[in-house]
Design a protein around this ligand. Structure first.
Ligand code: SF4
Length: 301
């Protein structure tokens, strides 16, 4: 949940998630739609799907208990090297390394690593260093301390080197390069995209389209308009998507003569429980609010 999100933002979602899915068994038994619905607002829905699949594997293959073997942890869906190291060291105190953004910064400076930390070679150098440093005992405390060092002392812009407990070992401090590290690969150029969608509300129901692509599979969105529209949009809003910036424009459309397998009517008063992509939920809520305030009515005439 914390990937690309701050702790303070995640806490209410985390509590809601744990209240509904307190253990692997409850998560494994849930329908995917409900899992996505409880995850709603956090984005990156593949993580919710992976947690769901991982819970089912833990229940079916590991008697409902998280395996302790790092290789088995790593084999769970959505678990990469970082998550496996975090679970093995924090949950079981196993001497497994981990490298997150904070740790990468600390290690890059300790080593005076000039390679980009997000390159294959930089990545390999960081993991090799983390592996060689993690102690056989108290790996849990060591990894937590390394992360905290990055968060509180070896900070991105102005590292607090005079306070640093490992300054005697820091090659970047000695070389005067601490503020220049870590290096990263040049950012990809932002690509602008346009997405035109339909606002079709009739008899208290809204028409939504279920997604089948890998990114938003199982989620609902406003139906995509595949041909250009010669009208002013009811609403436009921007949202980011990897290195893209998407402008979503919503146009009023009359109900279609026929529905497809993916197109479904949903009662407006029940869409809060439906898994809807975050930008489209934002568009729907803004439109309902602005049309109601303007007393224009939310229905197509
Ligand atoms: S001495 Fe400075 S640059 Fe080196 S690890 Fe400590 S805080 Fe970071």
């Amino acid at each position: 949940m914390l990937q690309q999100t701050q702790v303070v933002t995640v806490l209410p979602y985390y509590e809601r998630w744990l209240a509904r899915f307190p253990d692997f068994a409850s998560l494994a038994a849930a329908e995917e739609g409900e899992v996505l619905s409880v995850w709603q607002g956090l984005g990156y829905y593949s993580r919710a799907r992976n947690l769901h699949r991982a819970a089912r594997i833990v229940v079916e293959m590991h008697d409902g208990e998280m395996p302790r073997d790092p290789a088995l942890i790593r084999a769970l869906p959505g678990v990469g090297r970082y998550t496996a190291g975090a679970v093995a060291s924090f949950a079981f105190d196993l001497p497994e390394p981990l490298v997150d953004a904070n740790v990468a910064r600390v290690l890059a400076r300790l080593l005076d690593l000039r390679k980009p930390v997000d390159s294959t070679a930089g990545h390999a150098a960081l993991w090799t260093a983390a592996d060689s440093l993690v102690p056989k005992t108290n790996a849990r405390i060591f990894n937590a301390a390394l992360m905290e060092l990055g968060a509180l002392v070896c900070t991105p812009r102005t590292p607090r080197c005079p306070l640093c407990p490992v300054r005697a070992h820091c090659r970047a401090l000695a070389a005067g390069t601490a503020a220049l590290l870590p290096k990263k690969k040049p950012r990809r150029k932002t690509i602008l995209l346009a997405e035109h969608c339909a606002w079709t509300v009739h008899r208290g129901r809204i028409l939504l389209e279920q997604q089948h692509g890998p990114r938003w599979r199982g989620l609902w969105k406003l139906p995509l308009l595949r041909t250009p529209v010669k009208a002013d949009p009811l609403l436009t809003l921007d949202y980011p998507f990897t290195h893209h910036r998407v402008t979503l424009a919503v146009f009023i459309k009359r109900p279609p003569a026929r529905l497809t397998d993916s197109l479904r009517w949903h009662p407006l008063n029940k869409i809060h429980a439906l898994p809807i992509t975050s930008p489209h939920r934002r568009a729907i809520e803004q439109l309902i609010q602005s049309l109601t305030t303007r007393r224009a009515g939310v229905e197509c005439r």
